[in-house]
Design a protein around this ligand. Structure first.
Ligand code: CA
Length: 533
């Protein structure tokens, strides 16, 4: 036997002799499929007004194979902050990423770092949106900033390059490639596959451009909300389909002959610019799909409510088509796990960073503590461990994700994480006592869309919101008023409820250590804003 063979044999004995982590590591893998702005009320499993068109067959199937959290909420309804909360298990004021434009302190403790230290392989592909470079990942390949839908650039350790194709499909390809070819197969893995879709400007893939043609989608009951009963911030925001959604930039109408993009103020041009990055054949297919509708629009101009209705239809169809591509990704990824024979030991999670207004209250975008943007989808499949087709109604938050990952991997949860592990809920433990209220805090004012800063508390039945910059309050009885159009804060019938909730809100702020949120805008600014549009 040659020396090298002897050494090899000794190594083999050593490997077999010691209880090898590599061979016995049956800790679960995590496939975290995460999208951007995908509202639960656009997903079949959550009950959607669009159920007739079956918008999310693959996510619905995942729900049938696992647990759907129906009372799932964010702590701060905006992209970057939600991601920071997920990574850290800490509220925005505590992890330091409070508003979009902040820079995530990547040196701090995150759950991917802790999983990696415990022997997991960790990877991140797709949207990151936290300004600083990702840390805690063996592999990452991310979109710069918001990323582009068509022919996006991606950045990894080797630099930056453009990949031709549709972003959601590319992220899916990268995710599958990592599982198949790039990871250390002896270790369990965490893969975060994070999509840009269906974020503004809602650009569908070519294959779904004709889906929903000729269909009239149902409108939300509050499409023409007049905010008559709300605190003043609802009436002076800048996120209305009517007043703020742009026909060319947001809805892809052909620019009229006198159109000057520089004169279109305050609108998001990313979709318009992305069209210029399309290949010739992509652009031809894109233009052809909208040609007839666009021509018809100019032939008989609309105004008033009819124009809002037209914009809503175009917006929602593109949103649902873009979401459909995310749903395709869920189908492809789950199928791949089956084909690779690793489904049984892989926990699949579907979520999105917050909800979104689908014409509800006349709006698009997010930010508010109202239900449509406070809610986040959360579906978890773990074959053989989590029951089939189960719904859970406990109040859970993105704050809970980090402790949940750690708990399911058998890693200690650091005491400074503020969320709770969802593992007992997933296992259907009937004895687990759960929280009866959640805390929320949004910081982005003044900023795009002009939504006043607010914090608040939501219980199963009630929601109390404090717009502290303007000294205004809202109270909603969700049982009597699920659309939140009737602010009962000043109603004597609710006096005791309001008092009780305010006390609990104060206790929650103390519990989470949130001392931010005392700033009051100058009186003349408040007075000016209170004058309704
Ligand atoms: Ca988002």
């Amino acid at each position: 036997m040659r020396a090298s063979q002897i050494i090899a044999s000794l190594l083999l004995v050593a490997t077999l002799g010691a209880p090898s982590l590599a061979q016995e590591d049956r800790r679960p893998n995590f496939l975290f499929i995460f999208s951007d702005d995908h509202a639960p009320h656009a997903i079949g499993a959550y009950g959607t007004r669009y159920s007739a068109i079956n918008p999310t067959p693959n996510i619905d199937q995942l729900a049938n194979q696992g647990m759907t959290f129906k009372a799932s909420f964010c702590t701060n309804s905006i992209c970057g902050p939600s991601r920071a909360v997920i990574l850290t298990g800490k509220h925005s004021h505590y992890n330091g990423f409070m508003a979009n434009g902040d820079r995530f302190d990547g040196d701090q403790q995150t759950f991917p770092k802790l999983l990696r230290a415990a022997g997991y392989q960790t990877a991140l592909v797709g949207k990151w949106h936290l300004q600083s470079d990702p840390q805690g990942f063996d592999y990452w390949d991310v979109l710069p900033g918001q990323g582009d839908y068509y022919n996006p650039e991606l950045i990894n350790a080797n630099g930056r390059r453009m990949i031709e194709g549709y972003c959601t499909d590319i992220v899916t390809d990268l995710a599958i490639d990592w599982i198949e070819n790039r990871r250390d197969q002896s270790k369990p893995f965490l893969l975060m596959a994070q999509h840009k879709g269906p974020h503004r400007n809602w650009m569908p893939p070519l294959r779904h451009l004709d889906w929903l043609d000729g269909i009239t989608l149902p409108e939300p009951a509050t499409l023409f909300d007049d905010y008559a009963d709300n605190a003043s911030p609802a009436s002076w925001q800048e996120m209305e389909i009517d007043r703020h959604m742009a026909l060319v930039f947001d809805l892809f109408l052909n620019p009229p002959p006198d159109f000057d993009p520089k004169k279109e103020r305050g609108t998001d041009k990313s979709g318009f610019n992305n069209m210029n990055r399309m290949t010739k054949s992509q652009r031809m297919a894109w233009d052809a799909a909208y040609a007839d509708e666009n021509a018809a629009f100019y032939e008989s101009p609309l105004e008033g409510k009819n124009l809002v209705r037209w914009k809503y239809q175009r917006y929602m169809k593109n949103y649902l088509r873009t979401s459909r591509a995310v749903d395709d990704s869920v189908g492809r990824l789950v199928d791949y796990l089956d084909e690779a024979g690793i489904s049984d030991n892989t926990i699949v999670i579907y979520s999105s960073d917050q909800g979104f207004y689908l014409g509800d209250h006349g709006w698009y975008d997010k930010r508010w503590m109202y239900e449509e943007s406070l809610a986040m989808p959360l579906v978890v499949r773990w074959p053989g461990k989590v029951g089939l087709g189960i719904t859970n109604g406990d109040l859970v938050q993105n704050l809970d994700y980090a402790p949940t990952f750690l708990d399911l991997a058998g890693v200690d949860i650091p005491v400074d994480m503020q969320g709770r592990s969802l593992a007992p809920l997933l296992m259907g433990d009937p004895k687990v006592g759960w929280r009866e209220e959640i805390y929320y805090h949004y910081y982005g004012y003044p900023a795009v869309h002009q939504v006043a800063r607010h914090y608040g508390i939501r219980t199963e039945r009630y929601k109390l919101i404090h717009y502290y910059q303007f000294g205004e309050w809202e109270l909603f009885d969700l049982q009597e008023d699920p659309d939140e159009v009737s602010n009962v804060y000043a109603d004597p019938v609710y006096r005791e409820v309001a008092f009780n909730l305010a006390e609990r809100l104060g206790a929650l702020r103390a519990h989470y250590g949130d001392t931010t949120g005392g700033e009051l805008m100058p009186q003349d600014w408040r007075d000016a804003r209170r004058v309704k549009k």
